[in-house]
Design a protein around this ligand. Structure first.
Ligand code: SF4
Length: 184
């Protein structure tokens, strides 16, 4: 099940930087924008295997950063498997580290785990890692196939992600996923 992610304001986090590498995760953010806007997740005939509303968001973020004077590049490593899973191969990690070295900030459009993985990839490189999305919870998503070739998504229950301070002091890391369910 994908994470529901909400956009964060990263203005302060990138304030003193000059070159940013955008790293958009291919699944949960795309699902999040699709369910929140009611727009299609996939419409291959018109848009290929990219989610139009998510692509618009990534382009908007790039434009906003450029308007603040940053040089912005997108780390694009597209393959169909990233529509549904988020495993990073060694080759992809190496490519990221190489491109990130030419920037002073990496902007992760993805979950906390994506940010942590990227921080680990770039450990010791002196590149700041900023997360542009906040995790709200895990979504139960129902796919709806529409004629002639469009995949839309409907969000069912949302299981909230608790902040560490709200979790029990002795809780194991995985218990950050709270038991609170929200019907939408
Ligand atoms: S890395 Fe995180 S945001 Fe990206 S697909 Fe995996 S769980 Fe979702």
């Amino acid at each position: 099940m994908p994470f529901l992610l909400e956009e964060c304001d990263i203005t302060d986090a990138v304030a003193d930087t000059r070159a940013a590498l955008l790293v958009p995760c291919g699944f949960c953010p795309a699902v999040s924008f699709a369910v929140q806007t009611g727009r299609p997740y996939l419409e291959p005939i018109r848009h290929g295997f990219r989610t139009p509303v998510y692509e618009e968001h990534v382009r908007k973020l790039k434009t906003e950063l450029e308007a603040r004077g940053l040089k912005v590049r997108r780390f694009d490593w597209w393959s169909p498997h990233q529509l549904v899973v988020c495993m990073w191969t060694d080759a992809r990690r190496t490519a990221l580290a190489r491109q990130a070295a030419e920037h002073d900030v990496v902007v992760v459009i993805g979950c906390d785990a994506a940010r942590k993985m990227i921080e680990d990839c770039l450990a010791g490189a002196g590149v700041r890692v900023v997360q542009a999305m906040r995790m709200e919870g895990l979504m139960d998503v129902v796919p709806v196939l529409e004629f002639p070739c469009r995949l839309s998504l409907k969000m069912g229950a949302l299981t909230r992600v608790l902040e560490p301070a709200a979790a029990a002091p002795v809780a194991a890391p995985e218990s950050r996923i709270g038991a609170q369910s929200v019907q939408t």
